[in-house]
Design a protein around this ligand. Structure first.
Ligand code: PEP
Length: 257
């Protein structure tokens, strides 16, 4: 079964107002030629979600939140729930990004609860995993990634193919140090093997994105790898033309994943 490429932009703490609407409109224009062939997603801050969703209505580009709280409503000041993301027009949500794990102390257990809440609300989770440089250098990459997957995989298995995994080595995020194609493919293949232990179907249909300093000039090689089904893009997603180049590289990648 073919897995459609997914190119998702993580805008982080940028473009929370009118600038976000303008960037989203520019992404639609710049990436028109991939419509229907590659899924394209942008993730503005919460404050711009509804306006960006309205701007993108009827286009080939969808919207993601960057986080959620795993309760639908209640006394949780400052939090946003999965049904609220849905009301804002978001179809996707990034969960467990390394910055959330590192700066906000998100645990594997919380990440699993968030993936569950998103899935239950019909919001597609992009669940992030990845090792730090120290963990890689200690030879612990797979141990760390498999531990992070433990809380995520049972939730993804409730609706195989609905949610996706993003492998983002922490040492490659925002550093300009991209993993080599071989380093990325090795971990992606290992993640798929791990998914097989739950079910062959889950392994076959789950898209595994690579994230970490993906740019227009290195995307083609990464996306040509057999187990890389797309990219989660940070810095390069803030420029519509460069981001669209990555989506076009996915379209051009000949391999039938
Ligand atoms: C990210 O934050 O998910 C990311 C991959 O960032 P960058 O592309 O800037 O490394």
């Amino acid at each position: 079964m073919a897995r459609k490429y997914l190119i998702a932009g993580n805008w982080k703490l940028n473009n929370g107002g009118l600038k976000g609407v303008e960037l989203a409109a520019a992404v639609v224009q710049a990436s028109k030629e991939v419509a229907g062939l590659v899924e394209v997603v942008v993730s503005p801050p919460f404050t711009a979600l509804a306006a960006v969703s309205a701007e993108l209505e009827g286009s080939h580009v969808e919207v993601a939140g960057q986080n959620l709280y795993p309760k639908d409503s209640g006394a949780f000041t400052g939090e946003i729930s999965a049904p609220m993301l849905d009301e804002s027009g978001a179809k996707w949500v990034i969960i467990g990004h390394s910055e959330r794990r590192q700066y906000f102390g998100e645990t594997d257990e919380q990440v699993g609860a968030k993936v569950a809440a998103a899935t239950a609300a019909g919001i597609k989770p992009i669940a992030c995993v990845g090792e730090t440089l120290a963990e890689r250098e200690a030879g612990n990459t797979m141990t760390v990634v498999f531990r992070q997957l433990e809380s995520i995989v049972p939730e993804l298995n409730k609706k195989p193919g609905f949610g996706v995994i993003a492998y983002e080595p922490v040492w490659a995020i925002g550093t300009g140090k991209v993993a080599t194609n071989e380093q990325a493919q090795e971990v992606h293949a290992a993640i798929r093997e791990q998914l097989k232990k739950t079910s062959a179907e889950l392994a076959e249909v789950t898209r595994i994105l690579y994230g970490g300093s993906v740019k227009a000039d290195n995307a083609a090689g990464l996306l040509a790898c057999a187990d890389i089904d797309g990219a989660l893009v940070g810095g390069a997603a803030l420029d519509a033309a460069g981001f669209a180049q990555i989506a076009k590289a996915a379209k051009a990648s000949g391999h039938d994943n």
